[in-house]
Design a protein around this ligand. Structure first.
Ligand code: WTA
Length: 653
């Protein structure tokens, strides 16, 4: 079937931006050419963004073959990531605001200069040292969006400890699993977090996570930030208040000299099979890539106020709230709250209040705000805005146009940035001063990035086409391994297509070479820009005593992009009713966390399987999307009646 794609409206680079941009068309061409023709010179340019303690002599040492899979960049250089993000700015901009914090409560904010940040990070690092945390130790952070979250990350980096930030919306069980997987000896949390006027019981969740003996055995200390000040339970042998611990330390803390390839952090992310994987990023290459991409993609200019609305629990928060912007000496705004509290104008009120120039958010937030109409946006000025960005999932052209015309008043280029936890930083994105925009397209790979589209057999497709998105070569920000499981790293990313990194995404490339990401082609659902493995939700469901079998798929959802659709087969003798459905939905939220909220649960007397017993998810996806007239080939089904039954019951929904 020939695909038809209407000609997208092109938004050319605005003249004003083209003139002042760090990278204009000509420069973009030059960089792209250099990356192809003189690879070392190009990567050296990226490597030079870092202030090295001992300069590197080797640039790249990479092999994507499974039998000798390794990725190393600048690997004989030494540095300290925290010193790069903080100390190196003290002379030139010690009194400039580094972190501009805006509270959930609009009355609360805080400005932290680079000098103050240095002081706070050093003291925090000394507290960690006193708790026995040192180079190479893992520290789990379970934090609200308060400055201490960034301070704690930087403090770990300063002493060479490896942080693993777990999003505050994950359940105690999910937290325990992550503490165990990376063998954390210390957990950093707060009494409670505040979002949208509601408190989340972070410390209580940590206590519950540590009621798991495997987790408790590993953790010597829990460091607690007093945030809301409400009462919490206390274990005097294990728990330490940060404000008390700070009384015993000073602000002298030499940054640890780290190798470029020493780990900086672990971040757990969902894949198509098994438990979430600990994505491991190292120091030198990661920082260089985060810093360079932050500068060119957002055209960051000296003195600008930059705001990324992500949570530090996700990779976007790591690379584009903390490491990239701070490495560049930017003022990075950190927001504790949500887009609709106290009301739907909040984002734009914050933009006006702090005169934000660059604003980076997710399509799901844009769609939700778009629903509230133009008025909450129009009543604010937003004149300070210069560049807009989006990340996390494909942005539909309607939402793109609304973002462009209403939020940006038709003045601000949008950077639709495609990347992943695994890629460490942005790989495909327009550059504001160099790339004409097509709504819904992430446009072109950045200089140095070798993207390709493959068919199912691994044949590289040329020209305008659709296929599976791979990267045929490395870049400095690439993940290095799955923590503790290098074999899984190979199997997950390099086994599908020999010698190439498989992203798990499908994409179309048009006649201008623009990429249009179509979404995951594996069993990962992208709910509001958050990755959820169908296998995780299924194993949570079958852990319930009433459930015999479950299959989970994504389906199109107006606001979330994708919603979670669960087909559940009950144990013999159990009746499926509303009450049990509610119970199961609640059960999964408790097992994984509120991001794993099933939007639709359907009782399935049977699941469609091949004769060899494999669940045919393709069919389940079609039924969930109400496209059961397009089931495709069903000839391998073991029992066609099962499908009939599911369609019947779907229709009644
Ligand atoms: C999706 C978030 C389309 C994609 C940084 C990817 C996108 C997954 C875009 C990674 C975009 C991210 N357009 N899809 N601009 N950005 N994605 O690891 O499916 O949370 O594989 O990293 O989000 O999600 P992750």
């Amino acid at each position: 079937m020939a695909e038809h794609h209407p000609q997208a409206q092109v938004h050319p680079v605005p003249d004003k931006i083209a003139k002042s941009a760090r990278v204009d068309r000509e420069r973009f061409e030059e960089l792209t050419r250099e990356a192809l023709e003189n690879e070392d010179a190009f990567w050296n340019r990226i490597g030079q963004r870092v202030e090295w303690i001992k300069p590197y002599s080797r640039i790249k040492d990479v092999n994507f073959d499974l039998d000798d899979l390794h990725i190393r960049w600048f690997d004989d250089g030494t540095l300290n990531v925290c010193a790069n993000c903080v100390d190196r700015h003290l002379d030139a901009r010690g009194d400039q605001v580094a972190i501009l914090w805006e509270g959930d409560d609009p009355e609360r904010d805080e400005k932290i200069t680079y000098r103050q940040l240095h002081d706070r990070v050093c003291r925090f690092a000394n507290v960690l040292k006193r708790l026995g945390v040192g180079k190479g130790d893992r520290v789990t952070l379970y934090m609200p969006m308060i400055p201490e979250a960034a301070v704690a990350m930087l403090a770990c980096a300063r002493i060479g400890a490896i942080h693993s930030v777990v999003f505050g919306g994950f359940s105690p069980d999910a937290l325990a699993g992550r503490i165990i997987d990376c063998d954390s000896k210390c957990v950093i949390t707060a009494d409670e977090g505040m979002r949208g006027g509601k408190a989340t019981p972070l410390k209580k969740n940590v206590d519950r996570a540590l009621s798991n003996e495997d987790a408790a055995d590993r953790v010597d200390s829990v460091l607690v930030v007093r945030n809301t000040g409400n009462d919490i339970d206390w274990d005097a042998d294990r728990d330490h208040w940060l404000h008390e611990a700070l009384e015993h330390v000073d602000a002298d803390c030499e940054p640890e000299e780290m190798n470029a390839e020493d780990p900086l952090f672990i971040l757990y992310t969902s894949g198509s099979t098994g438990k979430p994987k600990g994505v491991l990023h190292t120091s030198g290459g990661y920082l260089a890539w985060a810093s360079w991409t932050h500068e060119i993609v957002f055209d960051y200019q000296e003195g600008e106020i930059y705001w990324c609305t992500a949570d530090v629990g996700w990779v976007t928060g790591h690379s584009y709230i903390v490491y990239g912007p701070l490495a560049n000496g930017a003022t990075t705004l950190m927001f504790e709250g949500v887009p609709n509290y106290p009301d739907n104008s909040r984002f734009w009120q914050v933009v006006d209040k702090h005169q934000v120039n660059i604003f980076y958010t997710a399509p799901t937030a844009i769609r939700a705000l778009m629903r509230g109409g133009d008025e909450p946006v129009r009543k604010t000025s937003r004149e300070s805005l210069r560049i807009l960005g989006t990340v996390g999932e494909p942005i539909n052209p309607e939402a793109w146009e609304w973002y462009y015309n209403v939020v940006g008043d038709g003045r601000c280029p949008i950077a639709d940035t495609w990347w992943q936890t695994e890629t460490g930083g942005i790989l495909i994105s327009p550059l504001p001063g160099a790339t004409d925009l097509k709504p819904g397209s992430a446009t072109k790979p950045l200089p140095g990035i070798k993207a390709a589209l493959l068919d199912a057999d691994g044949k590289e497709l040329e020209g305008a086409t659709s296929g599976n998105l791979v990267l045929t070569d490395s870049w400095p920000g690439q993940m290095r391994t799955v923590y503790g499981d290098h074999k899984r790293f190979g199997e997950t990313y390099f086994a599908a297509y020999k010698g190439r990194y498989f992203t798990g995404d499908g994409a179309r490339r048009d006649e201008d070479g623009y990429y249009w990401i179509t979404g995951r082609v594996d069993d990962v659902i992208n709910v509001s820009g958050h990755r959820l493995g169908t296998a995780e939700v299924e194993s949570a469901l079958v852990a319930h005593s009433a459930v015999a079998e479950a299959a989970v798929v994504g389906f199109p959802h107006d606001i979330k992009g994708q919603g979670v659709y669960a087909y559940v087969t009950l144990m013999a003798g159990r009746e499926g009713d509303e009450k049990l459905a509610e119970e199961l939905i609640q059960w999964v939220r408790e097992e994984i966390g509120p991001i794993a909220t099933i939007d639709h649960l359907q009782w399935a007397p049977g699941l469609p399987k091949t004769r060899s017993g494999k669940i045919m998810r393709r069919i389940l996806r079609k039924i969930a999307a109400n496209e059961h007239d397009q089931l495709g080939d069903t000839s391998t089904l073991a029992d066609p009646e099962v499908v009939e039954n599911l369609i019947e019951n779907r229709r009644q929904v």
